[in-house]
Design a protein around this ligand. Structure first.
Ligand code: 5GP
Length: 175
């Protein structure tokens, strides 16, 4: 089915302002500590890059990826941790940086996996939250925006690996 870009949901200015607020809140909450950021590839890279520059703390970053055997706009397939962290997290203050929470399955898998490595703490920061789509409960400690149940692209989020470079978040609609 052909798709095209729909209306802008979140402008670059709104995103920047909210990311600054999230960075300030995280800075306050972890004052005096070193924060270990887990950036979930690939969709979270732009959010992580902006967020980490708004966190005024010593930080370490590592990357992981969860592959979903879904298709296009349907994320209902089986999940696999396709790229693991390269650094140990035992005893670290860990914050998962995620682009969007939909059913919650990705973060549930990742969170369960990371907890087995005994971090000192494990929290989640998600830019976008599709609250009404949740199937598996996941504790979200920092959320940028709650959004309606629409497929969105931009600011790191893709459709078939396209649109990640848009500086804003827009809906994708079938033509
Ligand atoms: P969940 O496991 O919470 O259902 O889905 C999380 C993952 O599904 C996200 O990391 C993202 O890769 C993908 N996803 C869910 N909703 C959207 C969306 O609206 N747009 C895009 N581009 N990806 C989405």
């Amino acid at each position: 089915m052909p798709y095209e870009l729909g209306p802008t949901l979140l402008s670059a200015e709104r995103i920047a302002a909210r990311v600054a607020e999230l960075g300030a809140a995280i800075t306050a909450d972890y004052r005096g500590k070193t924060l270990f950021l887990v950036c979930v590839l690939k969709g979270s890279t732009i959010f992580w890059a902006d967020l980490c520059r708004r966190i005024e703390l010593p930080t370490v970053t590592d990357f992981c990826a969860v592959h979903c055997y879904g298709d296009g706009t349907d994320p209902s397939g089986a999940l696999l941790l396709s790229h693991d962290l390269s650094l140990p997290i035992a005893g670290q203050e860990v914050l998962i940086v995620e682009d969007i929470v939909d059913t919650g399955r990705t973060l549930h898998l990742l969170r369960s996996h990371l907890l087995t490595r005994h971090p000192a703490s494990l929290r989640i920061c998600a830019l976008l939250d599709k609250v009404e789509r949740r199937e598996v409960p996941v504790p979200l400690d920092y959320v940028g925006f709650a959004i309606p149940n629409e497929f969105v692209v931009g600011y790191g989020l893709d459709f078939a690996q396209q649109y990640r470079n848009l500086p804003y978040v827009a809906t994708l609609k079938a033509t």
